[in-house]
Design a protein around this ligand. Structure first.
Ligand code: GPP
Ligand code: MG
Length: 294
């Protein structure tokens, strides 16, 4: 039996946002970066995610009870707010505490990081909570996840301050939308049964997955420009993005059978976790002056 708080906070599901955060962090760090700010930023990240998942568990408790365990980090029917093991009120107190801690530690880092964290905290709230509940609105779900992924990437970059390149930021927003689309399509049956009008339910899984093609195309153009005009560090990154997004877009589109997308969540979670570890290690090497590209 997984502990009640692990089921409430769902740290395994944080990986989708840990990836853009750590890529930004790794690219932004220099040998002059403040290691205390880096540690604080991990605390901020965890508090932001805890807050977002707690409000999500409160707002989703009725639909989560219908979940069968497919394509998710856990069977959502075992959500402690859905099972009643944790009351809404207690969950809300905990959520408020995490929100406060995320803002407090962000304030200790730098003003830009602070503002970006206020934005992602706000997005975490409007994504799940009524009257906004963007997760159940066509385009609203994609908008929130893309904004959260892109903004947390810039927040990561801002800690060290290197590579604050607008093209790179646009690329991050595009990547976030490309990788979010398959996750909302895998939820299609569960969401449509629960009466949630997500983008996949509204546009149909096939049409929504096809939107990955133009997005990938624009991403490739941006990556090529970055490749031509940037330093070795960003050249390598641009190549990774191209060689990762093209097969992903094709494979995901090929795996749609009817309205069902056959993709195990580990196809996203495992590569994201490995790349996150690589980028944290890369940032550490730069911090301790063991590697220098600039
Ligand atoms: C769960 O959403 C996802 C979150 C709570 C993170 C969103 C955070 C943002 C800052 C956008 P979900 O309810 O759609 O998925 P699940 O069914 O896995 O709970
Ligand atoms: Mg949910």
């Amino acid at each position: 039996m997984i502990s009640i708080y692990l089921r409430l906070l769902r740290p395994k599901a944080w990986i989708t946002f840990f990836f853009p955060f750590t890529v930004g962090l790794g690219l932004g760090i220099t040998s002059e970066s403040n290691w205390l700010h880096i540690i604080f930023s991990f605390i901020v990240f965890s508090c932001w995610m805890s807050f977002s998942f707690i409000v999500n568990s409160i707002a989703d408790k009725d639909v989560d009870r219908l979940h069968d365990g497919r394509s998710k980090d856990m069977n959502l029917a075992y959500q402690p707010v859905a099972t009643g093991e944790i009351s809404d009120k207690k969950a809300l107190y905990l959520g408020t505490l995490f929100l406060f801690l995320s803002i407090l530690f962000a304030w200790l880092i730098n003003p830009l990081f602070f503002i970006l964290i206020l934005i992602v905290d706000g997005v975490g709230y409007i994504y799940s909570m009524p009257p906004f509940r963007f997760k159940a609105r066509p385009v609203g779900d994609i908008f929130c996840n893309t904004t959260a992924g892109g903004v947390i990437f810039i927040a990561g970059l801002s800690i060290g301050g290197a590579n604050m390149n607008p093209l790179l930021m646009i690329g991050a927003f595009l990547m976030a939308s490309i990788f979010y689309i398959p996750t909302v399509v895998t939820d299609y049956e569960f969401d449509s049964e629960a009466g949630l009008k997500t983008s996949a339910v509204y546009f149909s899984p096939k049409k929504l997955l096809m939107a990955m093609y133009p997005l990938t195309f624009i991403l490739i153009i941006i990556c090529l420009i970055i490749f031509i005009i940037s330093n070795v560090e960003l050249k390598v990154l641009a190549l990774i993005a191209i060689f990762y997004s093209i097969p992903s877009t094709i494979v995901v589109n090929k795996n749609l059978v009817g309205k069902r997308l056959y993709i195990h969540e580990n196809w996203i979670l495992v590569p994201f976790m490995i790349l996150s570890i690589v980028f944290v290690g890369y940032g550490a090497l730069k911090l301790f002056s063991l590697l220098n590209f600039s």
